[in-house]
Structures are given as structure tokens and as C-alpha cells.
Design a protein around this ligand. Structure first.
Ligand code: ADP
Ligand code: MG
Length: 384
């Protein structure tokens, strides 16, 4: 049996350990225990692979906090993330872990005004967390100088590639200094990632925490077979039956997302939509409301919900099946996080059944068929 490492054993400085205590983390997650010692010493390029929700942000965030020099007057680390929400979240996580160390961390993403970003970059930043497109824009405009970059981190690399950022990423990789250290974190390791690694990472080491199953065991996975027109009622029943429903409902299109939210609101539920047509400001507001549980049902498209870290979700509901197994794993990775239990429910129409079989096989997971709770059951439960 492998010995369980403590944060004290990883080689972190006392001030970083203090930050971890303040944050309330008790022991490192497996991917943290595996990668932190390597990232603290030497300069080897590293790939870290572990399931969603296993603490990959702190796995690279803590070594950065430990190793970077405050007020060095240059961007020392660049973290690329797939979406605005994720960039903000990574900044928040690192800020909440940095303790008393005076590191400047800024998110730089599309949709935010350039003026504000120019000013922020001028004031001096140690760590930038950005989306590839906007970072590339700043490099082109000359407002971002990465010539003395020490760390380049690709977070949720599989997602970034899925979202079509390959060219932006490759251009960024070509324009930064050769001496930087490259670190890549991902939940999955598709060929496109190995391709990037082979091209840009030279000699690298893969540190993986593999489970025999790709999905987390804490999530109960079930599916209901139903007709498209019955999906909405089924959703309402699931929410009604649960004492304290707190979940994300995934839809495939923006239109469907809006439609489901409208119907939920009409029925008196506290729901909101999150998709790409909703303004950045609004998205941030909705996410904040959801995190505070002022809204307990978030209806979202895959892109909008990517990597969102909301803890303690009771449910993830696949109102429509995602096209690919990896999205399924990412969607349900949002429940059962950090030791919490959760339920993932997938709605499957007759025509989607083959897709479900493919997902089951490729994600190497068990999804159990159940029948939709009867209205009668709902009423009984409510009466108790
Ligand atoms: P990933 O990037 O692997 O999907 P995150 O970095 O978003 O996972 O972490 C998921 C959640 O787990 C976050 O809320 C984070 O604060 C929490 N977390 C991370 N590491 C630990 C730890 N060692 N102990 C307790 N909670 C942790
Ligand atoms: Mg992550």
C-alpha cells in the first residue's frame, strides 16, 4: 500500500503551508501529492492527469505560490484556461491559497474591456490566468511581454483542445521564451494532447492518478428512458422529490436551455440559464447567485458550464446526451466532488440509446436504468 503523504512532506515552505491551513485543506489529494514535489524542484516539464474535481488547480497553484518571487516586475507564470469562468475560478483558488505572500494574480479573458486589462498589465502582474484568444491578442498588441516567462501552464488542456484553441495555443507556445517550464494538466489524455506535448514539451514526465474507472465512484449514475416531450415533467419530479435539490441541468443548445429555464420559472422554480449568448457580466452574476444557492437549478450548455467548480451539487442532469463520452465525464464530474456524494441522471430517448451505450463503453462506467418517479410518489413524499 502506498503511504499517505501529508502537505508537510511535499517540500512546501512554511509560508505556503500556512496558506493551506488557512484555506482549510487537511491533506493533499493524490494528484497533488504526486505532482507538487516534482514541480517544486528541478525544471522538468510535467503532465499531470487526474479526474475532474481532484484538485488539479492547487496541484500547480501551490508550487507557483511557493516558487515565485513577489514584485519581480515581470510576468513569471502564464496559466491558460479554456473559459472565462475557469480563468476567474483559477485566480480565486490561487488567491485563496497564497496566504501572506504578496503575489499579483490577474485573469485576462475575452469579453472584458481592453482598457482595464492594459492598466492591470501595466501595474505589474506575477501570474496571469487567461483564455488563449485574448492572451494572443495582448501578445500581438505588445501589451503582454512574455519574454522572461518562467512557467507556462495549460490547465484543462483537453477542454481547450476540444474548444478549438489548438492554433492559439500553438502560437502562444511559439512566442514565449524557450527557457520556461511547461506544465500541462488534463482530466483525459487524448492523442491531440500527446501531439502538443511531443511538439512543444521536449523531455517531459507524465504523472497520472488513474482510476480503473474514468468517472468518480461517488457519483451514482442512472438513466431514464423517455420520450422527448416527457423530459420536462421528469425534471420537475426529480427536483420535487429531492429535499434540497441543487444541480446543473445540461442541454445541448442555447434555445433549449432558455426554453427549459422559462418553463421552470413559470412553474415557480428558482432557475437560471448559462450559455454563450449571455453577457459576461450576467454570467458572473448568475454563477455567484448559484454558488450562494439563491438559484438552485442552473440550466447550461457544455461550453458555458465547462470546469465550473460548484461544490456540494446533489445532481447533474443530462437533459440531452452530450455528443462525446468525454463531455459526459466532465458533466458528471461536477457532482460528487471533493468527497461529496451526488447523483447523475441522464435522460435517454429511444434514438439516443446507441449513444448512451457508446458513452458507457468509452467511459468504462456503469449507468443503471431506473424508472421515473411516479407523480404519486412525489405527493406521498411531500405529505410526510
Ligand atoms: P480539478 O481541476 O481537478 O477539476 P479543482 O482544482 O477545481 O479540481 O478542485 C475541486 C475542489 O476541490 C475545489 O473546491 C478545491 O478547493 C477542492 N480541493 C482541492 N484540493 C483539496 C484538498 N487537498 N483538500 C480539500 N479540498 C480540496
Ligand atoms: Mg481544473
Amino acid at each position: 500500500m502506498e503511504e499517505k503523504l501529508k502537505f508537510d512532506d511535499l517540500g512546501l515552505s512554511e509560508s505556503t503551508l500556512e496558506g493551506i491551513r488557512k484555506k482549510g485543506f487537511e491533506e493533499p489529494s493524490p494528484i497533488q501529492a504526486k505532482t507538487i514535489p516534482h514541480l517544486l524542484k528541478g525544471d522538468k516539464n510535467i503532465i499531470g492527469q487526474a479526474q475532474t474535481g481532484t484538485g488539479k488547480t492547487a496541484a500547480f497553484g501551490l508550487p507557483l505560490i511557493d516558487r515565485l518571487t513577489p514584485d519581480a516586475g515581470r510576468v513569471q507564470a502564464l496559466i491558460l484556461a479554456p473559459t472565462r469562468e475557469l480563468a476567474v475560478q483559477v485566480c480565486e483558488e490561487i488567491n485563496s491559497l497564497k496566504g501572506t505572500k504578496k503575489l499579483q494574480i490577474a485573469p485576462i479573458y475575452g469579453g472584458q474591456s481592453y482598457g482595464e486589462q492594459f492598466r492591470r498589465l501595466k501595474r505589474g502582474v506575477d501570474i496571469i490566468v487567461g483564455t488563449p484568444g485574448r492572451i494572443q491578442d495582448h501578445i500581438d498588441k505588445g501589451s503582454l511581454n512574455l519574454s522572461r516567462l518562467e512557467w507556462l501552464i495549460l490547465d484543462e488542456a483537453d477542454e481547450m483542445l476540444n474548444m478549438g484553441f489548438v492554433e492559439d495555443i500553438e502560437r502562444i507556445l511559439e512566442s514565449v521564451s524557450d527557457t520556461k517550464r511547461m506544465v500541462l494538466f488534463s482530466a483525459t489524455m487524448p492523442p491531440a494532447i500527446l501531439n502538443i506535448a511531443g511538439k512543444y514539451m521536449g523531455d517531459y514526465e507524465v504523472l497520472a492518478v488513474k482510476k480503473e474507472q474514468l468517472t468518480t465512484n461517488l457519483t451514482e449514475q442512472i438513466y431514464y428512458e423517455l420520450a422527448e416531450r416527457d423530459k420536462f415533467e421528469a425534471l420537475c419530479r426529480i427536483v420535487d422529490i429531492e429535499d434540497d435539490f441543487y444541480g446543473i441541468v445540461f442541454c445541448r443548445t442555447k434555445i433549449r436551455t432558455d426554453e427549459v429555464v422559462e418553463r421552470l420559472i413559470n412553474r415557480g422554480y428558482d432557475a437560471a440559464a448559462l450559455h454563450g449568448d449571455i453577457s459576461q457580466n450576467m454570467r458572473e452574476r448568475i454563477l455567484a447567485q448559484f454558488k450562494e444557492k439563491r438559484i438552485n437549478i442552473l440550466v447550461a450548455t457544455d461550453v458555458a458550464a465547462r470546469g465550473i467548480d460548484v461544490t456540494n451539487l446533489t445532481h447533474v442532469i443530462n437533459y440531452s446526451l452530450p455528443q462525446d463520452p468525454e463531455s459526459y465525464v466532465h458533466r458528471i464530474g461536477r457532482t460528487g466532488r471533493a468527497g461529496q456524494e451526488g447523483t447523475a441522471i441522464t435522460f435517454v430517448t429511444h434514438s439516443e440509446y446507441r449513444l448512451l451505450v457508446r458513452i458507457k463503453r468509452m467511459a468504462n462506467t456503469t449507468i443503471t436504468k431506473k424508472s421515473i418517479p411516479e407523480v404519486k410518489d412525489v405527493i406521498d413524499i411531500k405529505r410526510e
